[in-house]
Design a protein around this ligand. Structure first.
Ligand code: HXC
Length: 257
């Protein structure tokens, strides 16, 4: 499929999506987000892809929603666009998404990063929700996911001042998984993707979903969900293979069945 604002590639079970509007710091216009979600859904269906890496460039993962598209539009026009419906589809992707982020990770860019399951950041990343400085507020999860990720007080400070935090601080608050030099963040994400791509794909997907349920469900319901996932995986071919390989002291060969 031909895209205008993203680049796509795949290798060794890893799908790679690169946001590609470098001149304006990967500002997220409506078309870019449509293309991104279409490709995420395509990769989710592709049996040769087990893990997805989402990245930008060294200078910017994304500096937020495209302000040009918002500046003149009325509230009713923006409501009718229903632009967040496509964002909601991102949370239905069943394969793990690894964010490899560097430079500006702001506004919608931060919200996009928080849609990733694991995040590798470069030391140069600056991460924040500056919407308040534009007279608005986040609309794609900035108040909800950030608060769940970093806690109420830090989220409040970031959202009310609009000031970004450094990659190191983001690491301290658990907003990213690892911080590495800018030369290494993509390779680090690829290494991690390879490791996860070698795991049994059904278990990967069931675990991803169960972990997200921890944010949505009361503990008892989450535990039920987990247990049902556990029973489901016992019925998989890969469970037989995994346990057999352990007993035979060899490496397992997982097929996704
Ligand atoms: C449109 C943007 C943009 C954006 C940067 N640019 N961010 N265009 N939308 N969000 C453009 C600039 O206009 C400029 O274009 C070029 O990118 C380079 O940016 P500069 O400002 O010259 O770079 P610099 O001085 O290094 O400053 C970088 C920056 C600043 C700190 C990131 O650009 C900035 O504050 N950007 C806006 C960040 C922001 O407020 N994001 C939240 C958006 S609201 P020209 O043509 O002049 O070279 C949002 C709501 C989310 O995200 C709702 C859910 C989708």
């Amino acid at each position: 499929m031909a895209y205008e604002y993203i680049l796509t590639a795949s290798e060794d079970g890893i799908g790679i999506i690169t946001l590609n509007r470098p001149k304006i710091l990967n500002a997220l216009n409506l078309q870019l987000v449509d293309e991104l979600v279409a490709e995420l859904e395509r990769m989710d269906r592709d049996p040769d892809i087990r893990v997805i890496i989402l990245t930008g460039n060294d200078k910017a993962f994304a500096a937020g929603a495209d302000i040009n598209e918002m500046a003149e539009a009325s509230a009713i026009e923006i409501m009718k666009r229903d632009q967040f419906a496509v964002w909601d589809r991102m949370s239905l992707i069943s394969k793990p998404i690894i964010g490899a982020v560097s430079g500006f990770v702001l506004g919608g860019g931060c919200e996009l990063m928080m849609n990733c399951d694991i995040v590798i950041a470069s030391e140069t990343a600056v991460i924040g929700q500056p919407e308040i400085k534009l007279g608005v507020m986040p609309g794609a999860g900035g108040t909800q996911r950030l608060t769940r990720a970093v806690g109420l007080r830090k989220a409040m400070e970031m959202l009310l001042t609009g000031e970004p935090i450094s990659a190191k601080e983001a690491l301290r608050y658990g907003l990213v998984n690892r911080v590495v030099p800018v030369e290494a963040y993509f390779q680090e994400a690829r290494k991690l993707a390879k490791q996860i791509a070698a795991q049994p794909p059904l278990a990967v997907q069931v675990i991803k979903k169960a972990v997200h349920k921890a944010d949505d469900l009361p503990l008892g319901e989450g535990m039920d969900y987990e247990r049902n996932g556990f029973y489901l995986l016992l019925a998989s071919e890969d469970r037989k293979e995994g346990m057999q390989a352990f007993l035979e002291k060899r490496k397992p060969r997982f097929t996704g069945n």
